[in-house]
Design a protein around this ligand. Structure first.
Ligand SMILES: [Zn+2]
Length: 367
């Protein structure tokens, strides 16, 4: 007989995450039940832990799509195994026993952005693992069939848990129309900055600059650079070098700077650096989520005819492309995983460990 209760990591409030015993979710028509094997801690989860609820709905304002509010189960970067298909789901693309990863976007499939294939911008949009209906730091989840993606045999579920952050980077490269002959600057070498680096490498970029302030994060970027001696990857310590000057000097064609700059830090100095460093006619792509507004050097944009765009998560098609790129070895994301922790120790060895040290990139929890 199937278990009726399970363990899950729930967000109750700021600095208040608890491993609770909760009912196993009931499988609805059109859904698939998955047992998560690995789930990564995201920067968004950290923001909620430190200063939340931010995205997580509070009881005064339940989520418009899910109707849920805290306590909610968290975790949205995960992969696991299918344990049951719900009514109406025919075994075919998905089967019981299959390893899968999850696209955690919640969307209504009916608003104008959804009908325009922008489910990531859904008017009622949310996140599985933040907005209710469950999350990856739990023993079982039930999800719509279309957000469940099969993993090939050579992509284990720990790497499957990295498909979500890599898809954010992948989507950013597509949205910024990055082509292999373009040079790129990445501002910030946190998990998303490193994901952008890996995806740029996978997509054939030949010249990449990446800047960062933290020595540990610089080392992670340097490790990836060392593994790709055939590509010009320049790691810039922004506490020691002027990133704008260095970008202009290093990118050829008359000190013009890179074609594209990715802000993966989301602070005043990072967006300003990206805008000033990118060449005239170039494009700045903001991948970061912001805690407060920035002041934009508008005349640098205006007189350089530079473009500034925002990107949000990922769209239909990004997950399968990233899975394929990992399977064929174009993306080698193993280095992003710096620790693996049991669910019972998730707060101490996961969230608190990330708070204390920037030595970690991605900590995976085993639910
Ligand atoms: Zn929608």
């Amino acid at each position: 007989m199937a278990a009726s209760s399970m363990k899950a990591l729930r967000f109750h409030g700021q600095k208040d995450l608890r491993v609770d015993t909760v009912p196993v979710p009931e499988l609805q028509p059109g859904q698939v039940k998955v047992k998560p094997e690995w789930c990564g801690i995201c920067g968004t989860d950290m923001h909620e832990y430190i200063a939340g609820p931010i995205i997580i709905p509070s009881p005064e304002k339940p989520h418009v799509l899910t109707g849920c509010s805290l306590p909610v189960i968290i975790g949205h970067e995960f992969a696991g195994e299918i344990v049951e298909l719900g009514p109406g789901v025919q075994p075919g693309r998905l089967k019981v026993g299959m390893k899968v990863c999850i696209e955690p976007t919640l969307f209504d499939d009916s608003c104008p952005p959804c009908l325009d294939r922008r489910r990531n911008c859904c008017d009622k949009g949310g996140f599985f693992g933040l907005s209710g209906w469950g999350g990856g730091f739990s023993e079982y989840v039930c999800l719509k069939e279309k957000v469940v993606h099969a993993l090939p045999d050579n992509v284990p579920t720990d790497l499957g848990a990295l498909v979500e952050p890599l898809s954010v980077a992948w989507h950013a490269l597509k949205a910024s129309e990055h082509s292999p002959e373009h040079s790129a600057l990445i501002v910030g070498a946190g998990p998303i900055g490193l994901a952008v680096l890996l995806c740029l490498i996978a997509r054939g970029c030949r010249q990449i600059l990446i800047s960062e302030v933290s020595p540990q994060r610089l080392k992670h970027a340097q490790d990836i650079a060392s593994a790709h001696p055939d590509i010009e990857i320049i790691v810039i310590d922004s506490t020691k070098s002027d990133v704008v000057a260095e970008s202009k000097r290093r990118c050829s064609q008359g000190n013009q700077g890179p074609n594209t700059a990715y802000d993966c830090a989301g602070v005043q100095v990072s967006i300003e650096t990206a805008i000033r460093a990118v060449r005239k006619g170039g494009l700045v792509c903001n991948v970061a989520v912001w805690e407060k507004n920035a002041s934009i050097p508008m005349n640098a944009l205006v007189f350089g005819e530079k473009k500034l765009i925002g990107v949000a998560t990922f769209r239909e098609g990004d997950f399968p492309e990233v899975i394929e790129a990992i399977s064929t070895g174009k993306i080698k994301p193993e280095k992003l995983i710096t620790a693996k922790v049991a669910l019972d120790n998730a707060v101490q060895d996961g969230f608190e460990a990330l708070l204390k040290s920037r030595e970690h990139v991605k900590i995976l929890i085993h639910p």
